[in-house]
Design a protein around this ligand. Structure first.
Ligand code: ATP
Length: 442
């Protein structure tokens, strides 16, 4: 059998708020490669890798992509072909605030400790471009472009054997329709959702009766459906009343809690991870419905912020009380009343619930009527029978909150957050090679 090399192509930062999407470009590049080199195989599904959600200069969901191509090709030639399609794709948007990045590396980059560390850091912290370039240089990888090189190189070592993963089936729009309203049959979506086993998630908001898998605006994505069962995801095609131009089936670190590492004790701004927190005061609900809960994390006073859209998560946050112990997974933001920072919470584990009591004006033990204040520092008096007492009644309040895991509702899950209802993945062995028609089609 002929020996093939694995050529790993990492791509990032080819989109902007004006339009485009790196996953779309990746699909177009794969289609072009298949047209020019019909015999190529893939060593993996195309990868959709989410990185640190706290990075402020991301466009939307901080995604990078990787193609692990198996072919008897020259990596320089592959890099040249990829770069020329990037240049064509980004066109006038090219040198805006950010810059596209392309990385090409041979072999199995997930085995490279430097790249693997870079991936872990890019998931949870801020990476400098020079740091990424240094690691790529050591490995002899090809790198082109600018800031996008960070995400593109970090993604190379993602989804190693043994890492948890999910799938996303993405349908792309015909270019002539981009900007027009998407045709999605919301009524049928409810039926399709109800007919599928619970191996699909975050595609449909039952409360709102809305397909949340479809973005808005100029995005070339028609809709992207997520789950653990790739074959079932194709059922969602029935909800699209607009013909997609093509589809790509991605393997992804989405909804796996891949970013759940311990936050640094200093709570570094723009880092993401988990931390134990003790609640120190009553939750405050902002006029927009977001919930701010004072807490100490590693002895540092900080606010935990739960956005209204997170549904059950923010509802649980409203019920937190002083003394409760929780673990939160989220991102450190550079604003907040305490220490100028706060943690935007994506997920919470309530570990223990403190007894909560309030002191109230007592009822008269003799006649049962509510007593009245007898004057400043004079205790309470029953107007009816003249009974007097100095003490308030302690009322133990029933806590309508249970220990356990709290995530946003389906349809509103942040990209990396694992839903608590997701079944543990059996560590399936992936096939050695993948035929392109399994992962891309029209
Ligand atoms: P989309 O979701 O539409 O693909 P995006 O949200 O992924 O858009 P990008 O345009 O890709 O946004 O911009 C993200 C930028 O941040 C890229 O330049 C990427 O290299 C960089 N980046 C990603 N993770 C980190 C990190 N941990 N530290 C520093 N820079 C990062």
């Amino acid at each position: 059998m002929k020996e093939y090399n694995i050529i790993n192509v990492g791509l990032d930062d080819t989109d902007s708020l004006e339009g485009g999407c790196t996953t779309h470009l990746t699909g177009l590049f794969l289609l072009k490669l298949l047209e020019e080199k019909p015999g190529i195989l893939l060593a993996d599904y195309p990868l959709l890798v989410r990185l640190n959600p706290a990075i402020p200069w991301k466009t939307r969901g901080n995604a990078a992509t990787v193609l692990r191509i198996m072919c008897d090709c020259d990596p320089e030639e592959v890099a040249e072909a990829a770069w020329s399609i990037i240049e064509e794709y980004v066109g006038d948007r090219k040198w805006g605030v950010k810059g596209p990045g392309l990385v090409v590396a041979m072999g199995e980059p997930w085995r490279d400790p430097g790249l693997r560390l870079l991936y872990r850091k890019a998931l949870t912290d801020v990476v400098a471009l020079d740091q990424a370039r240094g690691i790529l240089e050591k490995r002899g990888a090809i790198a082109r472009g600018s800031t996008g090189i960070i995400g593109a190189s970090a993604a190379l070592a993602a989804l190693a054997p043994g890492d948890d993963y999910t799938f996303e089936l993405v349908f792309y729009r015909d270019p002539s329709r981009i900007g027009e309203e998407r045709c999605i049959d919301e009524g049928r979506a409810g039926e399709v959702e109800a007919s599928l086993p619970p191996c699909v998630f975050n595609n449909y908001d039952q409360e709102e009766g809305r397909v949340t898998a479809a973005p808005g605006g100029y995005d070339p994505v028609l809709a992207g459906f997520r789950g653990d069962c790739p074959a079932k995801l194709f059922e969602y095609r029935r909800v699209l009343c607009e013909d997609p131009m093509f589809w790509v089936l991605y393997r992804s670190n989405q909804h796996t809690d891949a970013h759940k590492t311990v936050l640094t004790p200093r709570l570094t701004v723009y880092s993401t991870g988990s931390a134990r927190a003790t609640i120190t005061g009553e939750p405050v609900v902002t006029p927009g419905g977001h919930v701010v809960v004072p807490a100490t994390v590693n002895g540092v006073e900080t606010d935990l912020v739960f956005y209204r859209e997170t549904g059950p998560l923010s509802k649980a946050a409203r019920m937190l009380r002083r003394g409760d112990e929780v673990e939160v997974l989220g991102s450190v933001k550079p604003y907040g009343k305490k220490n100028g920072r706060s943690i935007a919470v994506e997920k919470m584990w309530i570990e223990s619930i403190a007894p909560h009591s309030i002191r109230a004006v007592p009822r008269c033990p003799r006649c049962g009527r509510r007593m009245k204040s007898a004057g400043k520092d004079k205790g309470y008096r029953c107007k009816h029978c003249n009974y007097k007492t100095n003490t308030k009644t302690i009322i133990h309040v029933y806590r309508d909150l249970s220990p356990g895991e709290y995530t946003p509702k389906t349809g509103r899950l942040p990209h990396l957050v694992k839903p608590h209802w997701r079944a543990p993945r059996a560590l399936l062995k992936l096939p050695m090679t993948i035929r392109p028609e399994q992962v891309i089609g029209t």
